[in-house]
Design a protein around this ligand. Structure first.
Ligand SMILES: NC(=O)c1ccc[n+]([C@@H]2O[C@H](COP(=O)([O-])OP(=O)(O)OC[C@H]3O[C@@H](n4cnc5c(N)ncnc54)[C@H](O)[C@@H]3O)[C@@H](O)[C@H]2O)c1
Length: 261
């Protein structure tokens, strides 16, 4: 069977591309002909670009902190300077930093969760709009989570609920400019050990118990009672990022074995 080339000559930004789901998405899009801009605040993103180039794909990295608007603007300016346009933006930065009941979170921790899992998507959407509006075309895919209904990560749940709201409303507002906005609500995803930890501090015994609570709840809430693979997320994300989904906008697609979030 001939390989699909759904992203041939398309300029695609993937944020949080140094590992995990973002890495999988960046590699898959490059293998389908995309010109990928891999954004991350970790230098390890360079290794992913090397992998892409070894496979004769097109990949450029941009080191930036997407928790700031300045970082998001730097990324968009970089992509425009390199390639002259932006066809697709995949907002993947996020992930819960702590696992515990809400009453255990401090004010600083709540702010850190929202800053990690809501603001990068908000900043990047805002930063890319002038370019997409001037092109009269664009496609944004936000990586959300089925944890909008889940225990022991309420600030993260709230952040991803915000991502879903932004997806629906921005799609509504920008359809007239030829811009589509969708999200994938990712379910529990099996991944290799993280080279870049979400939380540098080792877990206490109590935190391990709470974390296990998240794992158990995720498996129980999934009709299939299992975690998914990175590939299972990548397939759904690429569908929304490609023209195959050209009549879909404002949608949050749950990919969690039947867990609707
Ligand atoms: N892994 C899961 O089980 C799961 C489940 C549901 C939803 N998700 C969502 O999927 C997405 C990816 O998850 P993952 O587990 O692959 O993530 P991860 O934590 O393994 O990797 C995140 C990447 O983002 C980068 N990053 C973090 N903060 C950044 C910043 N401020 N600026 C630039 N880069 C930054 C990190 O360096 C890292 O490379 C997240 O939005 C997460 O919420 C994941």
């Amino acid at each position: 069977m001939r390989k699909k080339l759904r992203f041939k000559d398309k300029v695609v930004i993937v944020t949080g591309a140094a590992q995990g789901i973002g890495e999988g998405v960046a590699i898959a899009i490059a293998s389908e002909g995309g010109k990928v801009v891999l954004a991350d605040r970790s230098d390890l993103v360079k290794d992913v670009v090397k992998k892409i180039k070894l496979n004769k794909g097109s990949g450029e990295y941009c080191i930036c902190d997407l928790e700031t608007f300045a970082g998001a603007k730097k990324l968009i300016a970089f992509a425009i300077k390199k390639f002259g346009r932006i066809d697709v933006l995949i907002n993947n930065v996020g992930g819960t930093i702590w696992a515990k009941p809400f009453e255990e979170y401090s004010e600083e921790q709540i702010m850190a969760e929202v800053t990690r899992s809501l603001l990068p998507t908000l900043w990047c959407c805002r930063a890319v709009l002038p370019q997409m509006i001037s092109q009269a075309s664009g496609n944004i895919v936000n990586i959300s989570s089925i944890a909008t209904r889940g225990i022991y990560r309420i600030p993260y749940s709230a952040s991803k609920g915000g991502v879903n709201a932004m997806t629906a409303s921005l799609a509504f507002e920008q359809a007239k400019n030829g811009i589509r906005v969708n999200a994938v609500a990712t379910g529990g995803t099996q991944a290799p050990p993280r080279r870049i930890p979400r939380n540098k501090n080792p877990m206490t015994k109590q935190e391990e118990i709470w974390y296990q609570g998240i794992v158990d709840q995720t498996i129980e809430s999934s009709l299939m009672h299992r975690y998914g693979s990175i590939d299972e997320q990548v397939h759904a994300i690429l569908f929304l990022a490609s023209d195959e989904s050209s009549y879909i906008t404002g949608t949050v697609l749950p990919v969690g074995g039947g867990d609707q979030g």
